[in-house]
Design a binder for this molecule. Structure first.
Ligand SMILES: [Fe+2]
Length: 372
């Protein structure tokens, strides 16, 4: 550890080393004290608002890999490790960059056998990583029983219910509640944007598929959105600025929510897209905004039909496609209903659960000197 000097200021302290200066706010340092965290629950047990005044240091010094702070108004010396100070402990293994993909991606979709995902931590971690990076993966050789899908989902996260319940069956129904439950084509969409928070990760287990037609369609909505940004920045801006209404309405439910077609994070990066014309409500934006919104919206819809983004394949019985419902846009070609049987069983988990599972597995595998 190089020589590090500490200079106290009114609101924080500065560490000075040959590498430069590093400022740390006192409130942050007080909250970083190891005594703030309960060792059993690992939850925070210190309330910074309980202090009568903002904390200031009486003295602070560096010894080995730790910064020590003696607080002015408390009988407490905090010991804070440098790995915590430099953010190493806060590094998120699940904060993986997106691998944007295009119409040639089909042969590179990562595939995993269900038995491997269920029995091997490394395979399960690789599947989670593929879902975070690529947004899509295929699990093959699924067991053909009623518990097969929940066994797979629960290896990643708890099942998130929707209006349809824990599971939904995509097959022709006599009295369908959704166009998915007909033999007709299904335009490129993300699922259930009428819900306040649309489901995060979708599973579609193909139980049977012997019909003529009915090819599954997928594209990377983040790649399409980035392409729109490059080709028509004004259209990109308007779709990432205004929210539009969606619904999901039938006899026993009436969901309504506003969503942004292109979703950005605080750094302006595309985090996902929301699109579903069959669940789209009448736009309630001011009419003069619609003069600009509709052309941008139509441009993006047309982009989502272009071969440069689309992959098409016939879902095989025994496979389960898993994809990020906030990023991967999916659809289906129509099929001849009486030419055979087509049955997909679906359900959801959320993206937070996926990332949590990946973090736990990454930590476990790292402790065994395995990387993912
Ligand atoms: Fe869908």
């Amino acid at each position: 550890m190089p020589d590090i000097s500490v200079t106290l200021g009114p609101k924080g302290l500065t560490l000075t080393s040959p590498d430069g200066e590093f400022y740390l706010n006192y409130c942050w340092l007080r909250d970083a004290c190891s005594s703030c965290i309960d060792p059993q629950t690992r939850e925070r047990i210190f309330d910074v608002a309980s202090l009568e005044q903002l904390p200031t240091a009486k003295e602070a010094w560096v010894d080995g890999n730790f910064l020590y702070v003696d607080w002015a108004a408390e009988d407490l010396i905090s010991k804070i490790s440098f790995s915590q100070l430099n953010g190493a402990e806060a590094t998120d293994p699940a904060a993986l960059p997106k691998n944007l993909w295009y119409g040639d991606f089909l042969p590179r979709i990562k595939q995993f056998r269900q038995s491997d995902v269920l029995s091997d931590d490394a395979a399960r971690a690789e599947l989670c990583r593929a879902l975070i990076e690529d947004g899509i993966s295929i699990v093959t050789e699924m067991d053909n029983d009623d518990d097969s899908l929940p066994r797979l989902v629960n290896a990643i996260g708890p099942i998130t219910p929707s209006a349809e319940g824990l599971f939904f069956d995509v097959q022709v129904e006599i009295d369908p509640t959704n166009l998915a439950f007909t033999a007709g084509p299904l335009e490129m969409h993300t699922d259930l944007p009428g819900e306040e928070t649309a489901p995060g990760v979708q599973f579609l287990h193909c139980m049977a598929n012997s019909v003529e037609g009915g090819l599954s369609l997928f594209l990377d909505g983040a790649a399409a959105a980035e392409t729109l940004r490059a080709e028509d920045p004004d259209a990109f801006d308007i779709l990432s600025t205004y929210d539009i209404p969606f619904f999901y309405r039938h006899n026993n439910w009436d969901y309504r929510a506003h969503q942004r077609v292109i979703e950005l994070d605080t750094a302006g990066r595309v985090t996902g897209v929301t699109i579903s014309q069959h669940l789209q409500d009448n736009f309630d934006l001011p009419q003069h905004v619609l003069d600009y919104y509709y052309p941008a919206f139509i441009k993006f819809l047309k982009l989502l039909q272009e071969d440069r983004f689309l992959i098409r394949f016939k879902s095989q019985a025994g496979n389960c496609v898993i994809f990020d419902n906030h990023r991967i846009v999916h659809g289906r070609e129509g099929y001849v209903a009486d030419s055979g049987k087509r049955h997909m069983r679906g359900c959801y988990t959320d993206r937070g659960a996926l990332r949590s599972t990946y973090r736990v597995l990454a930590r476990k595998l790292a402790s065994q000197n395995q990387s993912v």
